[in-house]
Write a protein that binds this ligand. Structure first.
Ligand code: SAM
Ligand code: SF4
Length: 330
């Protein structure tokens, strides 16, 4: 039986981003509006349904799963899902993207459940700026969470920073130095036009990865790393350190040719490309046919035939995709 997920452009899907909630304890200005309306709880996949989706993807050859949100650590009983996934020998990599606010309490349990790698988002090391960006005064908790996570023994911890001109672009070197001092990796992300936001005009704050790299090179020597993820990141080694710096550049560098990933939202929508509105409703299918893994499998195989060749983000257009990143899972 054909048990591979291969799209019409020959790309094999081995990576799933699974969103476990659309809720969050932060309201980052580029991600959410202050008055977000979240999906009713019954519209969100149960932990059992999330496992069924992940299980089918694993059967179809997915080797890496990243749990995301919203903020995944606000999902009740998330550890039970992670523990089940952590026991799947076929999975080579189980990771989480988090805002870090609850890591001080949860990092040890996440590691014990089988999570190997953490991505922790941090856009500023300055308290007031952090509060303005996230609309929450929680920098101290995040910094503590990073320290507890470092001690917990994860294979890899990477920081994620969305860079906005005139907002935090002057902190790029401070953030790299912060990462170097702690043996962490760090990725800088270009803001993507996902969702209608009220706080700023995205095109005015756009800061390209090339600009960010040039800033870092004023202080540090960078050497191109051979690491490839099948995603939009390109990595550079900071010479004389254990730190790699990644640049996630949906605008300025097209990364679609070797895309190996799909996403499932907390509401059970299969999103084949972050830059397109197309999505398949897996929740309806799972609820109409509970336990029918063959049907789910067939639906995934068929859906993959619709994966677009590339996204069409343009930095000079306000909104192209109405979905917020917190809905899709970053
Ligand atoms: N709450 C978790 C966090 O913040 O890490 C996980 C979900 S969040 C949606 C995942 C990542 O997406 C974060 O690193 C966040 O900074 C990034 N993100 C959110 N909205 C974005 C946007 N419009 N453009 C680029 N990155 C965005
Ligand atoms: Fe929450 Fe993450 Fe979005 Fe910030 S980026 S609002 S932490 S989901």
């Amino acid at each position: 039986m054909n048990n591979q997920l291969v799209d019409p452009f020959g790309r094999r899907i081995t990576y799933l981003r699974l969103s476990v909630t659309d809720r969050c304890d932060f309201r980052c200005t580029y991600c959410m509006s202050e008055d977000m309306v979240f999906a009713p709880r019954e519209q969100i996949l149960s932990l059992e349904e999330l496992y069924a989706v992940a299980d089918t993807f694993i059967d179809l050859g997915v080797k890496r799963i990243r749990i995301t949100g919203g903020e995944p650590l606000v999902r009740k009983n998330l550890l039970s899902l992670l523990t089940r996934l952590g026991q799947r020998a076929e999975l080579e990599d189980l990771s989480i993207t988090t805002n870090g606010s609850q890591l001080a309490e949860m990092a040890g349990a996440l590691q014990a459940a089988g999570v190997q790698r953490l991505n922790i988002s941090i856009d500023s090391l300055q308290r007031e700026r952090f509060s303005a960006l996230t609309r929450r005064d929680k920098l101290e908790q995040v910094l503590e969470g990073i320290e507890v996570a470092r001690a917990a023994g994860f294979a890899k911890i990477k920081l994620n920073t969305v860079v906005q001109k005139g907002c935090n672009d002057d902190e790029v070197i401070d953030l790299v130095d912060f990462a170097i001092a702690r043996d962490l990796d760090i990725s800088f992300i270009e803001e993507m036009p996902l969702g209608n936001i009220s706080s700023h005009q995205r095109e005015q704050t756009f800061c390209s990865s090339d600009e960010v790299r040039a800033r870092i090179e004023q202080r540090h020597d960078l050497v191109r790393s051979s690491k490839l993820t099948g995603g939009p990141s390109r990595y550079w080694q900071v010479v004389g350190s254990n730190t790699q710096v990644g640049f996630i550049s949906p605008h300025s560098h097209n990364f679609c040719g070797d895309c190996n990933r799909v996403r499932v939202t907390a509401e059970g929508k299969l999103v084949l490309c972050l830059g397109h509105e197309n999505a398949l409703d897996l929740k309806g299918l799972i609820r109409a046919h509970p336990g029918d893994s063959q049907r789910l499998r067939d639906a995934l195989m068929n859906a993959l035939q619709l994966k677009p060749e590339r996204h069409h983000f343009q930095s000079d257009e306000q909104v192209q995709v109405v979905r917020f990143m917190s809905m899709t899972g970053g």
